[in-house]
Design a protein. Structure first.
Length: 555
């Protein structure tokens, strides 16, 4: 993506609209019903619609089927879901009558409880409020080499970081210059103030990323970037629907980077859709790994989603913070112990948590975008990882390493990272007509497009796709990936010759079970046919959810 100086890009246009006033309803986000406050919503179900189905039409159908004491209370057409309030918590459990009825409705992709994600609050450390806080009392900017990067750029008001959190005291003397006339939003419609100024967590996170640097007051943020405060967390956490709506609002209002210092061990299909919506529309989500350590393979969601940068926390000696979650999803590490930043009412405190490490990475990423504004999310993510410094920790603790602002800003924007294609297929020997899953997930670099040619005249796009061959023969499937500095191709050979495992009878496969979590490639018997899962996590019977299931054969 290259900016044309005579034609403003999407982010410029959206930010200019935002300066006129909040555009919360942009892109299909409906207003919440009155009294729908931030925080957990244990009596709600989220009903996600299939990609090609009208959310409004499915909602109308569902409304006629609901019990008298249940109702639709919220809808988001852009992300394709709506929220149903039910009488009690028991009705939101998998297998309840209400859930089973919703899952059987045509056009419904999946149903999940409206779960809760939490702010990764500070852990027990020595807290202090300096009498005269200044840059010499901060170690985080120095640890990521921000001062060297500042010789090139202090950041840019043309780069926007959305802090999706508890709200921010945007009148803080060290933050007010970073907010425009539209400081943010409150998706739940709790107050007329979209930034909820009393929130300590969001104010601290905002200051780490972008407290005004070189203003002779308080602390130095990692970058001088424009900020949005998107309030999605209330007392006790925030519902998945509020968080998803907040992410969508940030994207639709031109945010380049979204910081998510929140999460929990549970995954949400609705929040994952919002993360993918951000990544696909030019915004990079960056999230805290969680404070459940010491542990292994325990990165929280949303950090664990594939289109989110997952951040672990280091201390001032570049050791892994004792509280930091770890796992294979970790992308990079950053300082997160005793990080000095802004708190409400003009104050400053040192707090600890992966909540503090994530905005360090967001600020570093913003410096990179200020220096190389043509980077999209994939290029920026790749550059963050390639410029990171190995601090001697295992990959599941540091990912690519500790982020380094000087290295990132020094990256040559005219020479983006190379891309490498790696094609895989499973199975590689099949019966004619049997489904093969083709996967390019091991490819590397800032990839924007995956293109497959299957060798029989058919083609498809996507990182993971499925295909079947009608005729016997040997075929070469070619994957071409494009992004960064250009493109690369790889191939995989497959054979359709009748020697593969036959589909078999329905009795050869386990019966479909609504309570089972299925993985890609699993086969089940259901309604007189054999079906194969095309993506992970199946919650709807195959005949009702054909975009997630591939029909193999009738029995």
């Amino acid at each position: 993506m290259v900016n044309n100086p005579d034609c403003p890009d999407r982010r410029d246009v959206l930010r200019s609209l935002g300066a006129i006033g909040s555009i919360t309803a942009l892109g299909g986000l409906t207003a919440a019903q009155p009294g729908r406050d931030p925080g957990p919503k244990p009596n709600e179900l989220l009903v996600s619609t299939a990609p090609t189905t009208s959310t409004a039409s499915v909602r109308r159908t569902v409304t006629t089927q609901l019990p008298a004491d249940a109702s639709v209370v919220h809808r988001n057409d852009t992300l394709g879901y709506f929220a149903v309030e039910v009488p009690d918590d028991a009705s939101t459990r998998a297998g309840s009558n209400v859930v089973r009825s919703l899952e059987r409705t045509d056009g419904v992709a999946f149903v999940e409880e409206n779960g809760t994600y939490y702010a990764f609050d500070e852990v027990d450390t020595d807290r202090r409020t300096p009498d005269d806080p200044d840059f010499s009392q901060q170690y985080a900017p120095q640890q990521v080499n921000a001062p060297d990067a500042w010789e090139t750029t202090l950041g840019s008001a043309d780069v926007t970081i959305a802090v999706v959190d508890t709200g921010t005291d945007y009148d803080h003397p060290d933050l007010r210059d970073q907010f425009g006339s539209n400081p943010g939003t409150d998706p739940a419609g709790d107050t007329d103030d979209p930034a909820a100024r009393g929130a300590e967590h969001g104010t601290h996170v905002s200051g780490i990323a972008s407290a005004t640097t070189d203003n002779g007051d308080g602390v130095a943020g990692i970058s001088n970037s424009h900020l949005y405060s998107v309030r999605v967390l209330g007392d006790g956490g925030g519902s998945w629907s509020d968080i998803a709506d907040g992410i969508q609002w940030a994207v639709d209002n031109g945010a380049d980077i979204i910081n998510l210092s929140l999460g929990a061990p549970q995954r949400s299909g609705v929040v994952e859709r919002a993360i993918n919506y951000a990544y696909d529309n030019g915004t990079l989500p960056i999230a805290a790994a969680g404070n459940g350590g010491p542990c292994t393979d325990c990165v929280s969601y949303p950090a664990a989603y594939s289109n989110c940068v997952a951040v672990s926390a280091l201390d001032s000696s570049e050791n892994l913070a004792r509280f930091s979650n770890t796992g294979p999803e970790i992308d990079v590490a950053a300082p997160g112990v005793d990080v000095l930043s802004t708190v409400p009412n003009g104050g400053y405190e040192s707090l600890s948590g992966t909540s503090m490490a994530s905005p360090v990475v967001a600020g570093v990423a913003a410096l990179g975008l200020a220096a190389t504004p043509e980077w999209g999310p994939s290029e920026l993510r790749s550059a963050l990882e390639e410029s990171a410094v190995d601090v001697g920790l295992p990959a599941n603790e540091q990912g690519a390493g500790r982020v380094d602002a000087a290295n990132l800003v020094g990256e040559d924007g005219d020479q983006p990272a190379e891309v490498t294609a790696v094609a895989d297929a499973s199975p590689t020997t099949v019966e004619p007509g049997e489904t093969i899953t083709f996967d390019g997930g091991d490819s590397s670099g800032p990839i924007d497009v995956y293109e497959w040619e299957f060798g029989d005249g058919a083609s498809a796009t996507g990182q993971t796709v499925t295909h079947s061959y009608d005729d016997e023969g040997e075929y070469t499937a070619i994957l071409t990936v494009t992004g960064g500095s250009g493109s690369d191709s790889d191939s995989v050979a497959v054979t359709a010759d009748g020697t593969g495992d036959p589909p078999g009878d329905c009795g050869d496969y386990p019966a479909y079970d609504n309570g089972t979590v299925y993985e890609t490639g699993d086969r089940v018997a259901y309604d007189g046919a054999v079906w194969e899962a095309t993506i992970d996590v199946m919650t709807v019977p195959p005949s009702h959810d054909s975009w997630r299931w591939s029909h193999v054969t009738d029995c």
